[in-house]
Design a protein around this ligand. Structure first.
Ligand code: GLV
Length: 325
């Protein structure tokens, strides 16, 4: 019997490719470019599985043109790039990579929080430029982290992991979430559930940890930014469209809020022009889960999900179990 075929759309860590090559016929160029829509559809023809990345936009129209694909294994915990209901309607399984990136992403969210509060990118550029002449009382003065109030929007796996880090800094922790966390978790984290408005008014740092859905698109817009303190810092390591980027750029420019640390953007890799010009916008290129170990684990997890589905075993991280009968 000929081997089943798998398409890997973009470069992943090599052990994942080797694992798949041992079992299937693998279509893998290993480039960074990714595939355009037509190329994707063409290359997916005859494949039972696709290992995709968040840069592959797999909307209903694309899914409708796939033939024979049984599983899409996305190398990310977020899956807003795949229309899961449309996949379900076509009987295509969709998987993601939860858990393995929780701690690494929380590390980064906290790193970004600290770098933004204490103005590390500005300080680095200042020293490198040779502009440093003397000690000054207010040179690059930032915001305190210890003892400050952290407002977590979303207390899922990553939000909770950020809260654990914040505990070590003696922060007061507020959160809002559609669902209350179990009491033991609230207790462990010392986290208090509040409404969104209270969180925005009270928090010195607001950190976003929600998936991108129709409900969370522009969750933070002009009105929400206006509620935040002038000394507040916004951190976004979730998805760009959760924040109205134009409204944020205005708030940062007019100092309605103090600063923002952003790892994700509305139209990646494009960044709002105003943000690029502002010192109080600390920007990173969607790297929150990017430690070598974690990105390797994510690659392998996606490969294992794809392999399981092709071998008739329910994948561990199936997002639409209704397709698995
Ligand atoms: C990265 O953004 C992910 O969702 O894993």
């Amino acid at each position: 019997m000929s081997k089943q075929k798998i398409l890997i759309t973009k470069r992943v860590y090599p052990d994942a490719v080797e694992f798949l090559k041992g079992r299937f016929e693998v279509d893998y160029e290993g480039t960074n470019a990714g595939l355009g829509t037509e190329q994707f559809i063409e290359r997916a023809r005859g494949c039972g599985a696709v290992v995709s990345q968040l840069t592959d936009k797999l909307g209903a129209e694309v899914l409708a043109r796939l033939d024979g694909v049984k599983v899409i294994a996305n190398v990310a915990v977020g899956y807003d790039n795949v229309d899961v209901p449309a996949a379900t309607a076509r009987g295509i399984a969709v998987t993601n990579t939860p858990g393995v990136l929780t701690e690494t992403t929380a590390d980064f969210a906290f790193t970004l929080l600290m770098a933004t509060a204490r103005r590390i990118p500005e300080a680095h550029a200042f020293v490198h430029s040779g502009a440093w002449k003397t000690w000054l009382i207010d040179l690059l003065a930032g915001q305190d982290i210890h003892g400050a109030t952290l407002g977590l929007v979303g207390l899922g796996r990553i939000g909770a992991a950020v809260a654990r880090r914040a505990r070590g800094f003696g922060m007061r922790i507020l959160y809002c979430d559609a669902m209350a966390a179990p009491l033991e978790l609230e207790k462990e984290l010392g986290a208090t559930r509040v409404g969104m408005e209270e969180l925005l008014r009270e928090a010195d740092f607001v950190s976003l940890h929600v998936p991108l859905t129709a409900e969370t698109k522009h969750l933070i817009g002009r009105a929400e930014l206006a509620l935040m303190k002038p000394t507040a810092v916004l951190i976004n390591t979730s998805r760009g469209p959760v924040v109205d980027e134009a409204a944020l750029a205005e708030a940062l420019e007019s100092k309605t809020i103090w600063a923002a640390g952003l790892d994700v953007f509305e139209a990646e890799p494009k960044v709002h022009e105003k943000l690029l010009a502002l010192d109080n916008a600390v920007l990173a290129p969607h790297i929150a889960s990017a430690s070598v170990a974690t990105r390797r684990r994510m690659s392998m997890m996606a490969a294992e999900n794809a392999a399981a589905a092709l071998e008739g075993v329910k994948p561990a991280n199936l997002l639409n179990p209704e397709v698995w009968k």
